[in-house]
Design a protein around this ligand. Structure first.
Ligand code: COA
Length: 204
């Protein structure tokens, strides 16, 4: 699904405030600290709670194994100037040929600064440019407006309310979708914004 470029752990993705890179075993303490919070785990489908060092080690191993075979791209978020401290994770994994699912979490001390939107925008762009993906999907709990907003800001649409299994119980969720055509149109519009209106009163 992803090109050879991404299958090596020297790969880095830069945004204005972040470096995104493969997670490594040295990140386990940061991952346990930030994704171990109940408020983070509860919003996700798969982070166990309580979250142990062994859970994090297995997670890092699985991320690296998946990245290496190109079935997914799972990257750790670090702030520029603090490359050793992982503050969140973001990943896109193949669900079936041409389709992939986006997921993420960010440590609570870093919420509300636009960091996940920045990371997601960059990874989504990479996925469409360096992956054979036609459609990206994502799901947020209805009670998670922050995540829904991240997706909307990154161009996801077709929001469909649904009921789905979440951490062993049924919950209200919203399913989102972003296809290659919509992403391309959005990327082109961002690259070539309309010229400012230079019409003068005299010409009006
Ligand atoms: C969801 C999450 C990744 C967002 O990270 P973040 O860096 O704070 O997100 P951003 O700052 O980029 O964007 C959040 C947006 O949601 C908005 N938002 C946050 N909480 C909100 C709320 N309660 N109601 C309405 N909007 C809210 C913010 O205002 C912002 O929108 P804006 O830029 O238009 O103002 C983070 O809260 C998180 O990790 N939560 C726990 C795990 C999780 O939910 N993972 C996703 C599972 S689907």
């Amino acid at each position: 699904m992803f090109s050879d470029l991404l299958r090596d752990d020297i790969f880095r993705l830069e945004t204005s405030r972040l470096w995104l890179r493969w997670p490594r075993m040295a990140d386990v303490p940061s991952i346990v600290r930030y994704s171990g919070e109940k408020q983070i785990a509860d919003m996700t489908a798969s982070i166990p709670h309580p979250y142990s060092q062994t859970d994090a080690e297995k997670f890092v191993f699985a991320c690296r194994a998946g990245n290496a075979v190109g079935a997914q791209i799972a990257l750790a978020l670090t702030r520029k100037g603090r490359p050793g401290e992982v503050i969140g994770m973001i990943g896109i994994h193949e669900t079936r040929p041409g389709r992939a699912f986006l997921g993420y979490w960010l440590g609570s001390p870093f919420h509300g600064q636009g960091l996940m939107s920045e990371a997601a925008e960059a990874l989504i762009g990479l996925a469409f440019q360096a992956g054979d993906i036609d459609v990206l999907t994502a799901t947020a709990l209805a009670e998670n407006p922050g995540s829904r907003r991240v997706l909307e800001k990154c161009g996801f649409g077709n929001a469909e309310p649904a009921r789905a299994e979440h951490r062993g119980a049924m919950a209200d969720v919203v399913n989102f979708r972003l296809d290659r055509e919509s992403w391309s149109a959005r990327a082109a519009a961002a690259a070539h914004p309309p010229a400012p209106n230079t019409q003068t009163n005299a010409a009006a």
